[in-house]
Write a protein that binds this ligand. Structure first.
Ligand code: NAD
Ligand code: APR
Length: 239
């Protein structure tokens, strides 16, 4: 890869980039989906069946999130956005706010944001760090029983897909970090980027399900390999 030729970098992150901050991933050993039945807490049907149980699940995840900090991988991506002479777009499948807390500004949360809540009646979206229950009233329309986590569940459409597909076709460097490459549409992003001529790099703990689509691979803990990779990119672009 000739780094001088790179003007647009598309970065996709998954649960693995937040693992060393202490946030469980989904499909690793001991991951979230081993402890909770995905259908109960990450589907619209599960929410309709037992809204209180789902609200309590997300209240707990919000509380846990306030106790953790970004790790060197998050800070390295914020540094890349600040110091790289071209464009850097960060699309994350994560619902945590660690990229923002590390200083990243251009972040698209395609699966929503844990610290935000949405009213299904008036569509108001607001930041909430406390607890939400079925009887909590929407601060905008005042209705009760209409609030839900602003998180994308299985069966629902992720956010920002038009913007994401456009950026995938325009980028010259596609980097996937800490994602298992098993959940669509994100798992298919590398195929689009590669077909559009981008150089594709995978940084993960071990080969993802999409590893064969990448030109370059770096394996190891994100807190080590992401800062090293960002260092190398910024050093080469300045040489
Ligand atoms: P999908 O139906 O394409 O997802 C199917 C994939 O989800 C499977 O390939 C598998 O990897 C995974 N999956 C499904 N059931 C599972 C289970 N019981 N245990 C572990 N993994 C399971 O996804 P979708 O219906 O298009 O969902 C839309 C989006 O919602 C997805 O991109 C998903 O990532 C997202 N989502 C977000 C959260 C969150 O908390 N942020 C939770 C769940 C789903
Ligand atoms: N450093 C780098 N990679 C890591 C680390 C680490 N310290 N720890 C785990 N990983 C890797 C794992 O090897 C795995 O490939 O991160 C990936 C985590 O995969 P998943 O748990 O499947 O998370 P993700 O790919 O983000 O899941 C996609 O599916 O359940 C839905 O919406 C949910 O956003 C999630 C989506």
């Amino acid at each position: 890869m000739d780094i001088k030729r790179i003007s647009k970098i598309f970065i996709l992150t998954g649960a693995g980039i937040s693992a060393e901050s202490g946030i469980q991933t989904f499909r690793d050993k001991g991951g979230l989906w081993e402890k909770y039945n995905l259908e109960e807490v990450a589907t619209p049907q599960g929410f309709r069946q037992n809204p209180r149980f789902v609200h309590e699940f997300y209240n707990q995840r919000r509380e846990d999130l306030l106790k953790v900090m970004p790790n060197p991988a998050h800070y390295a991506l914020a540094r890349l956005e600040r110091e790289f002479p071209g464009e850097v777009l960060l699309v994350t499948q994560n619902v945590d706010d660690l990229h923002e807390r590390a200083g990243s500004r251009k972040v698209l949360h395609m699966h929503g944001e844990l610290l935000k809540v949405r009213c299904e009646a008036c569509e108001a979206i607001f930041k909430e760090e406390g607890e939400i229950f079925p009887e909590t009233r929407c601060p905008k329309c005042g209705r009760e029983g209409t609030l839900r986590p602003h998180v994308v569940w299985f069966g629902e459409t992720p956010f920002y897909l038009d913007k994401i597909y456009r950026a995938l076709k325009e980028c010259d460097l596609f980097v996937a970090i800490g994602t298992s490459g098993t959940v669509y549409p994100a798992a298919g992003f590398v195929v689009i980027a590669r077909e559009a001529g981008a150089w594709c790099v995978e940084l993960n703990l071990e080969p993802s399900a999409m590893a064969d689509y990448f030109h370059e691979h770096h394996y190891g803990p994100a807190s080590k390999i992401v800062p090293a990779w960002v260092n190398e990119v910024l050093t080469r672009v300045r040489s």
